[in-house]
Design a binder for this molecule. Structure first.
Ligand code: DNO
Ligand code: MN
Length: 405
């Protein structure tokens, strides 16, 4: 497994030197400054490659840009409106430019409007560390009483809607603002600048797009881009919905194993693959992560290793981001399944046998609490997660340990 790390570019407070000291082998990054829908030019790609190739003192880092996360799919493509055909053409050009630069793995997602969604970005756990949390009743309070989406209450179980009403009534104006800011943070495109009216406008655009329609648009997109990726020797990999259930009345179509199976078989090429994110998928009790790795592993091109603790037994419910070996996903079983998949690939002579993985999100611990990184991406919390995951991989791969048979 390749031990990779997400880097947000030179403005990331976590440096290339930090990554090297964490034992990172490859970099996951994106051209976050390019407007979604536009082409990623060879010059901009080369610039990012140069930036991550040197340490603070100018020595070579020895690191390469190994995974793109994300090459975003525009809202126009998802809705098949406006400039969607041009955006698909641009997507193909970006793929060509990335292939020319020697980058083979391209992660993206197909969530309408919202990317990942949380109600709290710094929720205190008993150790004093903080983590991101999704509280279903707080989210309902945002949806029903702050965003005031029409008929929103009907989307929630009665007891959640009632709790949401009571909590909203007890919140100060500042609490309401903070909740709204946290919820819209994961929105694509400089979310900090989103207003509630922007969110409402985006939601209205999906009025006539249900899950079936969104899935059809997704298949149309892949029918166009997957053959191009295949010809270029690229591996596309779709990140799951986070959380893996419908929000704000928007359809979500990459939340379960059945969702993935439908998309994988609709456009049946290895270039159409999976980013298996255990944290996102693990927020649902009916997603069996080790089993998904076992059954769909052939198409898993990228692994996000993260754990969540579900706070209820419901399909839609509250959860928080646990330590990498805490939470509800059996990380040892998941890694064993991934290592078995690698062994199968090696035996079949596949050049892509080594699956890039990264510790996806970490809790804020120690000095992370004093240096605010991108939410979910602190240096020490992720370094701890990576070290724990590396320990399991090392143990499971040891020739004297027969656990993989
Ligand atoms: C959450 C993160 C996401 C992810 C994008 C991929 O699990 O990994 O922010 O980067 O959704 O497109
Ligand atoms: Mn992820």
């Amino acid at each position: 497994m390749r031990q990779t790390w997400r880097w947000f570019g030179p403005k990331d407070i976590v440096s290339i030197d930090d990554m090297l000291q964490a034992g990172v082998e490859g970099v996951v990054t994106a051209l976050h400054h390019v407007t979604t829908g536009n082409v990623w030019s060879p010059d901009e790609i080369a610039r990012r490659q140069r930036e991550l190739s040197v340490m603070k003192d100018g020595q070579p880092s020895g690191l390469r840009w190994e995974v793109v996360e994300s090459l975003p799919v525009s809202e126009d493509i998802k809705k098949q409106k406006g400039a969607w055909r041009e955006h698909i053409a641009n997507y193909k050009i970006s793929l060509k430019n990335l292939a020319d630069a020697g980058i083979e793995v391209i992660c993206y997602n197909f969530m309408p409007v919202l990317d990942w969604t949380r109600t709290s970005l710094a929720w205190r756990v008993p150790t004093g560390a903080t983590c991101m949390r999704f509280d279903y009743a707080d989210f309902a309070a945002f949806d029903i009483h702050i965003l005031s989406r029409r008929n929103a209450a009907a989307d929630y179980p009665d007891e959640i809607a009632e709790t949401a009403r009571a909590r909203h009534a007890a919140m100060s104006a500042a609490d309401r603002d903070a909740l709204a800011r946290n919820v819209v943070f994961g929105l694509p495109g400089a979310a900090e600048n989103f207003t509630l009216d922007d969110v409402r406008r985006h939601l209205d655009e999906y009025g006539s797009i249900d899950a079936g329609r969104l899935r059809a648009h997704f298949i149309d997109f892949l029918t166009e881009v997957a053959p191009v990726a295949e010809d270029l020797g690229l591996r596309l990999c779709c990140h799951p919905d986070d959380p893996p259930f419908d929000l704000l009345g928007l359809p979500r179509v990459m939340s379960t194993e059945a969702d993935y199976q439908a998309i994988m078989s609709a456009v049946d090429t290895p270039a159409n693959g999976i980013t298996l994110c255990s944290g996102s998928l693990g927020a649902r009790p009916d997603n069996d992560l080790p089993g998904m790795m076992e059954r769909m592993g052939e198409r898993v091109h990228f692994l996000h290793l993260r754990n969540v603790k579900r706070e209820t037994g419901a399909i839609r419910g509250s959860f928080h981001e646990a330590e990498h070996l805490g939470g509800d996903t059996d990380m040892v079983a998941l890694l064993a399944a991934a290592l078995r998949e690698e062994n199968r690939r090696k035996a079949a002579g596949r050049a892509d046998w080594s699956i890039p993985m990264r510790p996806d999100h970490g809790q804020d611990i120690l000095d992370d609490l004093n240096r605010k990184a991108q939410p979910g991406y602190p240096s020490i919390g992720r370094l701890k997660g990576l070290a724990e995951l590396r320990g399991i991989i090392t143990a499971l791969s040891h020739p004297k340990v027969a656990t993989l048979d």
